[in-house]
Design a protein around this ligand. Structure first.
Ligand code: NAP
Ligand code: F7E
Length: 341
């Protein structure tokens, strides 16, 4: 049985990847942060009490800021594959918390690479690199496009990307950068734009809120489905040689197009509900991302399965269900605790 270690297992991608690996009969170990509230919602359906002999998923407390503990964990678990997904992953927030973002999103990767080097375990390493690294580079972007990062988040990811290449060359570690373009799902964090839109539109439809406040509607993104993208992470670690791969759909759409489509699909006029709040503008914006996944198609045999419209339908359906439940609770006298975007 193969053993995987996932940082960021409680996040959107971590939850889909854990599901994917458990289905492939892996033993899955995940790093989680101690919090005063439960933060394992996205993986609760996968968890079996570790006293049960059939348990195949184990969670370990830790933090990407603490190198000694990461080293101890790798030494004890000795994973065959490491999927490093943990990060302060919000671009807008990275302008408010640049130092923290550099520490967790940038140095966090270096701490893990050092832990591999020091423990000398034989393992394969996946780094969650990002299309944000391309920043203002003109589209389409592929593995040869020069990075022009436009945020502390993107700069931290560029640092991590180069450390991965350096450890691959210097210490012969099987380490890959997956340069993933935006990928979404019903499990997407509620402050990322797609989920913020589907969540608000469904709540507006059921009379739970009136307005949706957004920032720049002209930005364009190459949006895919997270469930498809985690398969590409796994494929990268199954190759004979480590390499870096762009993972994208090859289509780009504006935020305005996304919002218009969502509202139109549920029978509302977005222009009556959406207002612009400059609070959501970024000091420097990434105007257009459009990935060219030719290498991944050729070498990994990877292709996205879920298209733009299907992704939107999937997200609307899940959020409509959530809004219905919320309405039921409100009608039964519970307080509204969900209006926080
Ligand atoms: P996400 O939902 O924000 O999940 C981030 C994960 O990192 C969560 O499990 C979070 O734990 C964990 N984390 C944050 N700070 C940590 C710390 N100090 N120590 C340990 N764990 C920490 O992100 P995602 O969308 O799944 O993305 C996964 C990775 O891919 C990230 O590295 C992201 O930057 C990168 N990426 C994402 C996309 C995308 O479109 N989704 C595209 C390219 C690259 P808590 O649950 O406790 O907060
Ligand atoms: O913004 C615009 C915003 O926050 C998309 C992360 O997963 O993907 C993600 O980063 C666009 C931007 O994602 C709002 O200005 C307008 O142009 O959903 P987002 P992101 O910044 O592209 C990359 C690949 C990652 O690696 C990151 O980890 O939408 N936008 N109005 C808004 N964005 C937000 N969040 N909220 C708004 O109200």
């Amino acid at each position: 049985m193969k053993r995987a270690f996932i940082t960021g297992i409680t996040g959107q991608d971590g939850s889909y990847l854990a599901e994917f690996l458990l289905n492939k009969d892996y033993e899955v170990h995940g790093l989680i942060r101690r919090a005063s509230t439960f933060n394992t919602d996205r993986i609760d359906h996968l968890y079996t009490d570790f006293h049960d002999p059939k348990a195949r998923m184990y969670l370990h407390y830790g933090d990407l800021s603490v190198s000694g503990q990461l080293t101890d964990l790798l030494h004890d678990i000795k994973p065959d594959e490491i999927y490093h997904l943990g990060a302060q992953s919000h671009v807008r927030v990275s302008f408010d918390m640049p130092e923290y973002t550099g520490d967790i999103t940038g140095l966090g990767t270096l701490r893990l690479l050092e832990a591999i080097r020091k423990t000398d375990i034989k393992t394969r390493f996946y780094q969650a690199s990002s299309s944000e690294m391309f920043g203002s580079a003109p589209p389409p972007q592929n593995e040869n496009t020069a990075f022009e990062p436009q945020s502390p988040y993107a700069a931290a990811k560029v640092f991590a990307y180069h450390m991965v290449k350096n450890y691959r060359n210097a210490y012969n570690i099987f380490a890959c950068n997956g340069i993933l373009f935006n990928h979404e799902s019903p499990r997407r964090g509620e402050t990322f734009v797609t989920r913020k839109i589907t969540r608000a539109a469904t709540r507006i439809k059921l009379g739970l809120q009136d307005k949706l406040y957004l920032g720049n509607l002209d930005a364009k993104r190459d949006w895919g489905f997270a469930g498809d993208f985690v398969e590409a992470m796994w494929l990268m670690l199954q190759q004979d040689e480590p390499n870096d791969y762009v993972i994208a759909t090859g289509e780009t759409h504006s935020v305005r197009e996304f919002v218009e489509k969502v509202f139109q699909k549920i029978g509302l006029d977005y222009e009556k509900c959406v207002e612009i709040d400059p609070k959501y503008f970024r000091p420097t914006e990434v105007d257009i991302l459009l990935g060219d996944p030719t290498r991944a198609k050729k070498e990994l045999g990877w292709e996205p399965k879920v298209g733009f419209d299907e992704l939107i339908d999937m997200m609307i359906e899940a959020d409509m269900e959530l809004a219905r439940k919320e309405k039921m609770l409100l009608d039964a006298g519970y307080k509204n605790v969900n209006n926080r975007t």
